[in-house]
Design a protein around this ligand. Sequence first.
Ligand SMILES: Nc1ncnc2c1ncn2[C@@H]1O[C@H](COP(=O)(O)OP(=O)(O)O)[C@@H](O)[C@H]1O
Ligand SMILES: [Mg+2]
Length: 369
Amino acid sequence: MSDTVLRLDGVSKSYGTVQAVDGASLEVDRGEVFTLLGPSGCGKTTTLRLVAGLEDPDGGEITLRGRLVASVARRLFVPPHKRNLGMVFQSYAIWPHMSVFENVAYPLKLRGVRGQAMRDRVAKVLELVGLGGLERRSATLLSGGQMQRLALCRALVYEPDLLLLDEPFSNLDAKLREQMRVELKLLQRRLGITVLFVTHDQIEALSLSNRIAVMSRGRAEQIGSPRSLYEQPASAFVRDFLGQTVILKGRVDRAESQTVAIALDGSLAGQTLAGRIAPGASLSEGAPAHVAVRPEDIEVGSNDRPAARGHTLVGVIEALLFVGDRYEARVALSEEQRILLFLARGGDWREGQQLQLHFPPDVVSVWPA
Ligand SMILES: Nc1ncnc2c1ncn2[C@@H]1O[C@H](COP(=O)(O)OP(=O)(O)O)[C@@H](O)[C@H]1O
Ligand SMILES: [Mg+2]
């Protein structure tokens, strides 16, 4: 038995002239949380609905645990209830006229599980998510977080091969979202369940996933671990969608095999930075280029405590925002060029202060403009 739970091969789906999913290919391994991440409208929900069988693709194939469940070429479309999937969608519906117990028991009844076996499984899954003891409560009397957990229970109780989650926390407030994130991660690990997760929230994706597919216009633009996507984005789209990026413009001054020196343009003319060439890019001397760096990778020194020498620019703090765990600062490198910087909470920062900014070449990437 292979360890691939789900495979999409060139799956497409259009609605009229809108190409919602455009030749998407990916594989989800047993026991992993695999996330589809991308901006609104990029085809995440449609992909999930195709996997669930709520929509039929108009191109490609979908395989679940080695079994073909959708194939356009073979005109084969297995209906949703024969795919053994659990689903929690954005607008999860708790059955309001039922108790907590009945909500979770219902999917088991549908599958012919009854009596003590049914009661045992309901009790076990409620216990798992911390709803034990609330069996008799009416589902409408639960808090938002409890309803969310109940929706999860309903999807988990029949032990699906794959759990599909479409922005399941989007109705919760920020604090609760964070809490549910951790709970889902712990639950997933305890059960060893395979999850296909959909979100437009990069923090949610980065923190929950074993692997992420960054989606753009109906296809997976890049697939990898959260850290590899963040540190080695293969395209400007992925780079800018995940996290913050400081971008400075210039021209290639000197190109070696791995690193390039960039002479900055405009108001920063006369200054040079260096960095690694972005994956797959080629840059010849004189070519216009973008220097990209994560704000947290810029090393900050002040006049009395200078940063390392070389690859350094000078900036002035224009606006300083305390956001709790750190400061976010708008720093002017010149009259025209401003960047976002993160400054440590413990530092003694003030607006108007001059900073020495060191751009270590190993964390700077250089892209064709
Ligand atoms: N039932 C539908 N009818 C027509 N267009 C749809 C339908 N469902 C989705 N779309 C369109 O397909 C594209 C992808 O939608 P969707 O998969 O919901 O994106 P996401 O979940 O990433 O926000 C969007 O342009 C959307 O308007
Ligand atoms: Mg959606």
